[in-house]
Write a protein that binds this ligand. Structure first.
Ligand code: CU
Length: 139
C-alpha cells in the first residue's frame, strides 16, 4: 500500500514536471513570436502605418498627412523610386530616423506615439528642404 502511493506521488510529480516544461517551452515560443512580430518593450504590438516615397522621382511622399490612434506604431515608408530615401519622425519629444533605403526597400521607425502633431520627413540631404515632409496627426 505505502510503496504504491509513493509511486503514484512520484508519477504525479513527474507529470507535473513535464507540464512545467511544456509551459516553459510555450513561454519560449511566445517570446520568439513576440520578437518576430517586433513587439515593443511594453508588449503592445506595433500598429503598422504606411506611406510611400513618390514613385516618379520627385522629392515628396505619396501623401501630405497621415492619421493614427495613439499607441505603439511602426511607421513604414516604402521606396519605389531610384532615389535613396528614409523616414524620419519628430515632435512631442520624439526624434527618430530610419535606415536609408534604395528602390524596393522599406525604411522603418517604431515609436510610442502620444496624441499630438508630428512631422514626418526624409533625412536624406536636401529632401526635407525640397518638401519631402508630411504631417502625422495622432489622436
Ligand atoms: Cu528622400
Amino acid at each position: 500500500m505505502y510503496p504504491k502511493s509513493t509511486a503514484r506521488f512520484a508519477s504525479s510529480t513527474l507529470r507535473c514536471g513535464r507540464r512545467g516544461l511544456a509551459v516553459a517551452r510555450l513561454g519560449g515560443l511566445y517570446w520568439l513570436a513576440c520578437v518576430v512580430a517586433a513587439c515593443g518593450a511594453s508588449g503592445e504590438p506595433a500598429r503598422p502605418l504606411r506611406l510611400d516615397a513618390a514613385g516618379d522621382g520627385s522629392l515628396r511622399f505619396d501623401r501630405s498627412a497621415v492619421r493614427t490612434p495613439a499607441g505603439r506604431a511602426s511607421i513604414d515608408m516604402r521606396n519605389p523610386s531610384n532615389i535613396p530615401h528614409a523616414i524620419g519622425v519628430r515632435g512631442q519629444g520624439l526624434d527618430e530616423i530610419g535606415e536609408t533605403v534604395g528602390k524596393g526597400g522599406t525604411s522603418r521607425v517604431e515609436a510610442d506615439l502620444e496624441p499630438g502633431v508630428y512631422e514626418l520627413f526624409c533625412p536624406v540631404g536636401g529632401h526635407e528642404q525640397a518638401g519631402m515632409t508630411a504631417r502625422l496627426v495622432v489622436r
